[in-house]
Design a protein around this ligand. Structure first.
Ligand code: KIV
Ligand code: NA
Length: 276
C-alpha cells in the first residue's frame, strides 16, 4: 500500500474510480484498515460518541484528538490520516485555528485536518491553507453545530437550501480545501454540487454520485448497535459476534471446558512429584 498524497486526492475529482475514507481511533483498527485499499482514515470527533460515551461531538477536546491520532498514525503508516478539528478549536479565530491544526499535525502526526462549516469558515480555511495546512471541508449535517440546525436532520432539502450548500462548497474550494465531506443531503443535491465543484466530494448519507464515500467504521462493522442511521450499511455484525464470544467464554468457564490443556502450562515430572 502506498499513501495517497494530497495532489493525488485532488486528481480523483470526476474520475470513475471512487475513493474511500473511514474512521479509526486506535492502533488496532488502524492496522486492520492498513491491510485494505481504503485510502484515508479520519480520526473523527465522532470518537466522542463512539468511544468516549458523550451524547454529541461538542465536548471533544484537542487532547482527545491528538491522543487518538498518534496510535492511528502508528497502525496505518501508508494511509492518509485526517485529524478532525474539535468544536472550539477554530471558532475563536484564525490564530487559534492554525495553532490547533499545527498541533494535530505535529503532535498527532496527521497528514491533514478537517473542519466543519461553509462560507463562514472560508477565511479561516484560506489562512490555514496559506500556512501550509491541508484542509478538508465538511458541510451539510455538521454534527458540532447540530443544535443550530435543529438536530441530526437531512440538510439542503429544498432548492434554496441546496443552492446555499453549493455556495458553501464553492467558498471552501476557493479557500483551498482539497476535498469536502457532504453529510446527510439528498442524493440529487450531492450530484449537483459534485458536478459544479473542482475538488472531490466525499459523501456520507449523500448518495452515490460523490467522488468518495465516507463511513464511521464502528457503524459499518456493526460494532456500535444502539441505533443504525439510514445512511449506514452494516457489512458485519461485530457487536453480536462479540457478545456471543463473551458468552461462550463465560459458559465454558462454568463448564470447565476452558482452559483446556492446549491453553495451560505443565511442568516436569520430577518437579511435579515434589509439589506436595
Ligand atoms: O467525526 C466523524 O466521524 C466525521 C465523519 C462522519 C465525516 O466527521
Ligand atoms: Na467529525
Amino acid at each position: 500500500k502506498v499513501k495517497m498524497t494530497i495532489p493525488q486526492c485532488r486528481e480523483m475529482k470526476g474520475k470513475t474510480k471512487k475513493f474511500t475514507m473511514i474512521t479509526a481511533y486506535d492502533v488496532l483498527l488502524a492496522s486492520v484498515i492498513e491491510k485494505t485499499p481504503i485510502e484515508m482514515i479520519l480520526v473523527g470527533d465522532s470518537l466522542g460518541m463512539t468511544v468516549l460515551g458523550y451524547d454529541s461531538t461538542v465536548p471533544v477536546t484537542m487532547e482527545d484528538i491528538i491522543h487518538h491520532t498518534k496510535p492511528v498514525v502508528k497502525g496505518a503508516p501508508n494511509t492518509l490520516i485526517v485529524g478532525d478539528m474539535p468544536f472550539g478549536s477554530y471558532n475563536t479565530g484564525i490564530g487559534d485555528a492554525i495553532r490547533n491544526a499545527n498541533r494535530i499535525m505535529k503532535e498527532g502526526g496527521a497528514d491533514a485536518v478537517k473542519l466543519e462549516g461553509g462560507k463562514n469558515v472560508a477565511p479561516i480555511v484560506a489562512a490555514m491553507v496559506n500556512g501550509g495546512i491541508p484542509v478538508m471541508g465538511h458541510i451539510g449535517l455538521t454534527p458540532q453545530t447540530a443544535g443550530q440546525l435543529g438536530g441530526f436532520k437531512v440538510q439542503g432539502k429544498d432548492a434554496e437550501a441546496a443552492k446555499q450548500l453549493l455556495e458553501d462548497a464553492k467558498a471552501l474550494a476557493q479557500a483551498g480545501a482539497f476535498a469536502i465531506v457532504l453529510e446527510c443531503i439528498p442524493a440529487p443535491v450531492a450530484k449537483m454540487i459534485t458536478e459544479q465543484l473542482n475538488i472531490p466530494t466525499m459523501g456520507i448519507g449523500a448518495g452515490p454520485y460523490c467522488d468518495a464515500q465516507v463511513l464511521v467504521t464502528q457503524d459499518l462493522l456493526g460494532m456500535f448497535d444502539r441505533f443504525v442511521p439510514k445512511m449506514v450499511k452494516q457489512y458485519a455484525q461485530l457487536n453480536k459476534q462479540m457478545v456471543d464470544a463473551l458468552n461462550s467464554f463465560y459458559q465454558e468457564t462454568q463448564d470447565g471446558v476452558f482452559p483446556g490443556p492446549e491453553h495451560s502450562f505443565g511442568m516436569k515430572e520430577e518437579d511435579l512429584k515434589r509439589l506436595y
